[in-house]
Design a protein around this ligand. Structure first.
Ligand code: ATP
Length: 236
């Protein structure tokens, strides 16, 4: 079943035509990835879904409803949560306070507490550091915190913007294994990555963006095996 249907969106930054008719389908339960070089429009696509940008043309249908141009907090309430590029945790707040902020649109106190325990179970390093200021965490821990914070809104779909950025290979592996696990426990995932190898290894479906357009799509495995993709994005 299609959960999120992005249909021919065109997005501008002033005179810059950043997205030139992007269409992406995400089915419930899938991990879908958008790959492509710097500046291809991956982050812009995520920012448009989460309501930070408004498409000039096109529709974004989430569970039957057009959300294009809707206020960002209403989009979060519907069950779409974004982990921004560069994590953007609140540096001067504790780990616990950052997680609580992720649930600020909810009022189901008991369930929030239960979700907090789930997040701490998934990220034991955050549990150990719950009183530590977020700004003093390592890059990998900040990525985990940003993901935990997004999970605290109990999303139906999680939008991840370059979770591997700036992390050492072992940590990247750990983060991707957590992403896979989050997906297997019921959360649909739309993943933007420059690390195409890692992204394709866990994705059910993938789209390749180039200068605001989709130039190729297929299953994660198909694209990982494609000669064209190997040459352009996978280093041989
Ligand atoms: P990156 O990995 O570098 O973030 P990306 O694929 O996510 O790459 P976008 O950040 O979506 O690419 O950028 C798409 C295009 O829009 C680029 O040409 C970029 O220069 C332009 N762009 C992005 N943000 C802005 C902005 N705030 N103002 C003007 N142009 C922007």
């Amino acid at each position: 079943m299609t959960m999120l249907k992005i249909d021919n969106i065109n997005v501008y930054y002033g005179a810059i035509h950043a997205l030139k008719g992007i269409s992406v389908d995400v089915n419930q339960g899938e991990i879908v990835t958008l790959i492509g070089a710097n500046g291809a429009g991956k982050s812009t696509t995520l920012r448009t879904i989460s309501g930070l940008l408004k498409p000039k043309i096109g529709q974004i249908i989430f569970e039957g409803q057009d959300i294009a141009g809707m206020a960002a907090q209403n989009i979060v309430k519907l069950g779409i949560s974004q982990v921004p590029e560069g994590r953007r945790v609140f540096a001067h707040m504790s780990v616990l306070e950052n997680l609580e902020l992720g649930a600020y649109l909810r009022s189901d106190t008991k369930e929030i507490k239960a979700d907090m325990d789930i997040v701490f179970g998934r990220f034991p390093r955050l549990a150990e550091r719950r009183s530590q200021l977020a700004g003093t965490l390592s890059g990998g821990e900040q990525q985990m915190l940003a993901m935990g914070r997004a999970l605290m809104s109990r999303p139906r779909i999680l939008l991840l913007d370059e979770p591997s950025m700036g992390l050492a290979p072992l940590l990247i592996k750990e983060i991707f294994s957590i992403i896979k696990d989050i997906n297997e426990t019921g959360t649909t995932i739309l993943l933007v990555e420059q690390n195409a190898n890692m992204a394709l290894s866990i994705a059910h479906k993938a789209y390749v963006l180039e200068t605001g357009r989709i130039i190729l799509s297929g299953s994660g495995q198909e694209l990982a095996e494609s000669e064209e993709i190997r040459k352009a994005y996978l280093g041989g």
